[in-house]
Design a protein around this ligand. Structure first.
Ligand code: COI
Length: 365
């Protein structure tokens, strides 16, 4: 059954001038639209519960009891998904059923209630209906939805919360790294972001919190992102602090990405790029890739391009790999041709200028 959302309009939205100023240079994650979505849940994790009071209301601070479980035990999950403006003014989103399914998987892992996929998709539609004017039109820009779920029950015992809230906020978004040039990456040898049987495949705040110390270490060495090693396999690499990683073997027309081992996040961009590469006749390998293969592949010219990918960053070229005691040079100083054209094809599908041959797009408004 479709969820009914009530609406409360923001009485002091951003002025048209202020919004235009923000949309002229949205950056990433700095500005938020005038409204947000909230849905409450009450119940028992073991026996079930009810989602109720779905509402679109003015964006603003949440009032939560300081004993809310999210503040103590980190019962929290989130998603990242974008809305794209097409030439006729309509707004579309990309494979939302995949984000909804991943959100449900993350919920299960964190003992949170599952939100039905239709309600997840409807919540994006309701927010963008209220804040349509915030969807940017610039090249590579989109409206970034951040759905999240938090345990709001005030209770200090350790067990799944009986009161939970789902929210969606929206933010106009441009380039995640602020530059189209390759970004250097720091290899964390001290810290892991996930472990076997842990939460690596769930999109929960704790994984990102755990990655920050390594990212700060990387920043001291001039790197904007950190890459982690696969905790199971010696010097095999796993994923970045918040993105998946791909290697292009240009001469062999081959693309390689670490396989999903349970510690890696199953990226929607990752799986879409795998499909687009297969469509082009490229060989796609999902397997362990080691630092030795990285070092040798760049040195002998087999690895011609490396990129990071995710909803926020789309496809972002990687330059050097830096570590405490070694460095692997960048395979190319520029945005490599294959990475660039995969990005253009993906963004083309998302923005309606390339045929959506896999039926990936869903119209929101
Ligand atoms: C996304 O790509 O949407 C993410 O959630 C990653 C985060 C680094 C912004």
């Amino acid at each position: 059954m479709a969820t009914e959302f009530s609406h409360e309009a923001n009485q002091s939205p951003a002025t048209a001038e202020r919004r235009a100023e923000i949309l002229a240079n949205p950056g990433f994650g700095d500005y938020f639209s005038d409204h947000m979505v909230t849905i409450d849940w009450e119940g028992d994790y073991k026996t079930g519960g009810t989602w109720y009071d779905a509402r679109v209301h003015p964006y603003g601070p949440l009032t939560l009891d300081p004993a809310s479980a999210v503040f103590h035990y980190g019962q929290e999950i989130f998603e990242g998904i974008k809305g794209y403006r097409h030439a006729d003014g309509s707004v579309w989103t990309f494979r939302p059923e995949k984000n909804a399914a991943r959100f449900a998987n993350s919920a299960r892992r964190l003992s949170l209630p599952e939100l039905p996929a239709e309600t997840f998709i409807e919540s994006l539609r309701e927010l963008v209906k209220a804040d349509e004017a915030w969807v940017p039109t610039g090249d590579g820009e989109a409206f970034y939805f951040r759905p999240f779920m938090i345990a709001t029950e005030a209770y200090l015992g350790v067990r799944p919360a009986k009161h939970v809230q789902y929210h969606v906020i929206g933010s106009p978004a441009g380039n995640y790294f602020g530059t189209p040039e390759p970004v250097d990456i720091w290899l964390s040898t001290t810290y892991a972001r996930a472990g076997e049987g842990g939460t690596g495949a769930a999109k929960c705040g704790g994984n990102y919190a755990a990655s920050m110390i390594a990212q700060t270490e990387g920043e001291k060495h001039g790197c904007k992102q950190v890459i982690f090693k696969d905790p199971h396999r010696g010097d095999a690499i796993e994923e970045l602090g918040g993105m998946n990683v791909f290697f292009i073997f240009g001469k062999e027309n081959k693309i390689v990405t670490p396989e999903l081992t349970g510690t890696i996040l199953e990226g929607v961009t990752r799986s879409s790029l795998i499909q687009l590469a297969k469509d082009r006749g490229m060989t796609v390998e999902e397997r362990a890739i080691t630092l030795t293969e990285w070092r040798e592949g760049v040195a002998n010219g087999d690895i011609t391009e490396i990129f990071a990918c995710g909803t926020a960053a789309v496809v972002a070229p990687i330059g050097k790999l830096k570590a405490e005691d070694f460095e692997i040079p960048a395979p190319t100083e520029h945005f490599g041709e294959i990475s660039k054209s995969l990005r253009e094809e993906l963004v083309g599908i998302q923005t309606g200028v390339v045929e959506d041959r896999h039926g990936w797009m869903t119209r929101l408004i």
